[in-house]
Design a protein around this ligand. Structure first.
Ligand SMILES: Nc1ncnc2c1ncn2[C@@H]1O[C@H](COP(=O)(O)OP(=O)(O)OP(=O)(O)O)[C@@H](O)[C@H]1O
Ligand SMILES: [Mg+2]
Length: 495
């Protein structure tokens, strides 16, 4: 059960608050009108009773001046007195006579000590006073001094006044209750209608927050339908529409420039391939020249051959990234990942026998749908890093597991680890820890960017965790029917 305090919490939504506020105000207004009309009617009716009492001139009480005896003619004068009229005679604070008109006759009224005290306290000022008598209930009484030092009290019952006032209260309760219910429904509808544009604003703003705004082509949500700009809600809607327009324009411009940049990178890499290949071919031809070649020239040619080789690898990497950015589809053939891992480990083992390479493969071959050449490149890049960025003697474990949904490849080494400040940007292009050493080892900082781009193009993910003594890259690839390849445009394209 909800705790009481929780249930009494004020409503949170603006709509509920406005409706509740309107209802509270209306309720207060009804209560004020009710109280004022009841008080006014009560005052008016009491005034009328006072007038009646004054008009009767205390005749009934005066006729009580001498105690009536059953055998005497000196009976109290009840003529013209309304039923319920009360009369009493007080002498020295003692009630000598007290009677009430019952139809046309009169009967004496038993008075308790409290009543005597109440009547004794009424000032003989010929003005109305409200009292309560134990045998008769509420009365309006007027006291006036008699002829022989006594006090004569005449009273009229207040129950007709109370009845009329209670009836008015009941009518008001019904009318105000009905008015509150009707007004509550009307207010709820009106508030809902007035705030509809605001709900659309909130819906549109929420849609925008869900959009992948970082990269690629973004379809902005429909603008909020026209709302009166003279209202606050209308102004918010208009401002949001304007903002959507600006953001949409900016995103379109960014997308166009991204596309141009991608096309430029692809074209430039493509155009560079031929001259670089030509330089390599001619350098190798010159190196194979049978005649005598001076040592300096041979050394220079060797450097040109090595650098053009490096340049051609760099151009290939850039071209691959540009194509993946453009969302160019990859091959979707079943790839035996176990075979790929075995081949790559074989290669790195030959290149770096100083490292301790360990393989942990499942008994059954693991197959994933994809581009074999690119997946080979991914595994090769990860193992090349484990080879090049760790000292000889480092223990590297390559483990592969798979279930019905995905294959997991981890490459774990106990080398020095990736510098902490480099870790967040490790998959960005040209991120390297040591640029000086990079130049020496020929690394460019594109290896992990390619791993990331190719993995995502296969619908997979790659993550890294690293600390001194333990670095682990974890690659997840879907083994089932390949999901639609990640559109390269949806990923960060340029560093
Ligand atoms: N296993 C690792 N241990 C330590 N540092 C690593 C490891 N793997 C990557 N790094 C760090 O991450 C950087 C980026 O790696 P990445 O493969 O992207 O580029 P690279 O190896 O420098 O050059 P490229 O692979 O393009 O030839 C490396 O320069 C290195 O500093
Ligand atoms: Mg590398």
């Amino acid at each position: 059960m909800t705790p009481l305090r929780g249930r009494l919490r004020p409503p949170r939504s603006l709509r509920a608050r406005l409706t509740a506020g309107l209802l509270v105000l209306l309720g207060l207004a009804c209560a004020a009108v009710g109280v004022v009309t009841v008080l006014a009617l009560h005052g008016f009716l009491i005034g009328r009773v006072d007038q009646q009492l004054t008009a009767s001139g205390g005749r009934f009480a005066a006729s009580l001046e001498h105690e009536a005896r059953p055998d005497s003619d000196n009976l109290p004068d009840t003529r013209g007195q309304a039923a319920g009229t009360f009369g009493a005679r007080l002498l020295d604070g003692r009630v000598t006579q007290a009677a009430v008109v019952d139809d046309t006759s009169q009967r004496s009224v038993p008075l308790g000590p409290g009543d005597i005290h109440t009547l004794g306290a009424v000032r003989p000022d010929a003005r109305g006073h409200s009292v309560k008598l134990s045998a008769l209930g509420h009365y309006r009484v007027v006291a006036a001094p008699g002829d022989d030092g006594d006090v004569l009290i005449t009273g009229l019952p207040l129950h007709p006044v109370e009845e009329t006032v209670h009836r008015l209260e009941a009518v008001e309760a019904v009318v105000f209750g009905a008015a509150l219910i009707t007004a509550g429904c009307a207010a709820a509808l009106w508030v809902r209608f007035s705030l509809r544009p605001l709900e659309q604003v909130a819906r549109t703003a929420t849609e925008v927050t869900r959009l992948p705004l970082a990269t690629g082509e973004v379809a902005m949500p429909e603008p909020v339908p026209y709302a009166d700009p003279d209202t606050e809600v209308g102004r918010v809607a208009t401002a949001l529409n304007r903002m959507l327009g600006h953001v949409g324009d900016a995103l379109t411009r960014r997308h166009v420039s991204e596309k141009r940049l991608r096309a430029f990178a692809a074209d430039a890499s493509h155009e560079l391939r031929t001259p670089v290949a030509t330089i390599r071919a001619h350098t190798e031809l010159a190196l194979r020249h049978p005649g005598p070649v001076p040592d300096e020239v041979r050394h220079a040619l060797g450097r040109v051959a090595a650098e053009s080789h490096r340049m051609s690898a760099l151009v290939d990497d850039l071209l691959l990234l540009a194509r993946l950015d453009a969302g160019r589809p990859l091959d979707r053939q079943p790839v035996d990942l176990t075979r790929v891992v075995l081949d790559v480990v074989d290669d790195v083992h030959a290149l770096s026998p100083g490292h301790r390479w360990e393989l942990d493969l499942p008994e059954d071959p693991v197959s994933v749908p994809g581009d074999e050449h690119r997946l080979h490149q991914v595994v090769a890049n990860l193992l090349a890093n484990a080879r090049l960025h760790t000292p000889s003697g480092t223990h590297v474990v390559v483990a592969l597991t798979a279930d019905t949904e995905r294959a997991e490849l981890t490459v774990t080494d106990d080398g020095p680890g990736i510098p902490r400040d480099l870790l967040p940007d490790i998959f960005r292009r040209f991120s390297r820890a040591d640029t000086g050493r990079s130049r020496r080892t020929g690394s460019t900082g594109l290896g992990l960017a390619i791993v990331d781009a190719v993995t995502h193009a296969h619908g997979g993910t790659v993550t890294v965790e690293s600390r001194p003594g333990r670095t682990r890259f974890r690659l997840l690839l879907p083994t089932g029917p390949c999901p639609a390849a990640d559109d390269g445009a949806a990923r960060p394209n340029f560093p």
